[in-house]
Design a protein around this ligand. Structure first.
Ligand SMILES: Cc1cc2nc3c(=O)[nH]c(=O)nc-3n(C[C@H](O)[C@H](O)[C@H](O)COP(=O)(O)O)c2cc1C
Length: 176
């Protein structure tokens, strides 16, 4: 059975992006889902001096191994001031020190959600530009605006958004 990772690009314990990535990953049939929570990884703030003095932390290697062992990635990015959350950027900077192609060409469903109406379109655009240079194999992308209005545990309330998301999930599933 294929193994996919669901990752929220946030270290918030109540992360809406973790909730959303997990929900979407669980819509994919016949796969095993591993939920990766950045809080479970002890990652110091990346700096070249820290790396030179202490090397790559064990938890960065552990995260890298999880990516290596997976068959696909469902990622939902938090948006902080139009960009990645610090926790996510820190993790991905560390990962890039092990492997410049850190996303390892695994099929990726790349998403973002925010409580606001723009749905993280800023961070999603940045990632869509940057990830292909970092081994990112973005099969489909999706932005969910106004998370608290549009999301429930039973699915996406807005019919139009739900139809688009289902289509993206289908395309991703076919690429696994
Ligand atoms: C420092 C900070 C900056 C933020 N910047 C943005 C932003 O640029 N755009 C936006 O839509 N929401 C912004 N927000 C609100 C986040 O979208 C919201 O906190 C969301 O819940 C973050 O995702 P998470 O729950 O997965 O961590 C910001 C929140 C914080 C704490």
């Amino acid at each position: 059975m294929k193994n996919i990772i669901a990752l929220g690009g946030s270290n918030s314990k109540k992360s809406i992006n973790k909730t959303f990535a997990s929900y979407v990953a669980n819509q994919i049939v016949d796969v095993q889902v591993t939920i990766v929570d950045l809080n479970d990884f002890d990652l110091p703030l990346y700096g070249i001096d820290t790396e030179t003095n202490n090397g790559i932390p064990e938890d960065v290697k552990r995260l890298n191994s999880l990516l290596e062992l997976s068959d696909g990635l469902v990622i939902s990015l938090a948006e902080h001031n139009g960009s990645y959350s610090t926790a996510f950027k820190n993790a991905f900077d560390w990962l890039s020190r092990i492997d410049k192609k850190l996303w390892k060409n695994k099929p990726m469903l790349l998403m973002a959600t925010t409580p606001g109406a723009r749905g993280g379109i800023g961070v999603l655009s940045s990632a869509k530009m940057a990830f292909p240079h970092l081994g990112g194999n973005i099969i489909a992308d999706f932005s969910l605006p106004s998370f608290y209005d549009n999301f429930s545990e039973n699915g996406i309330k807005d019919e139009e958004l739900n139809t688009v998301l289902k289509e993206k999930i289908k395309i991703f599933q076919e690429a696994l």
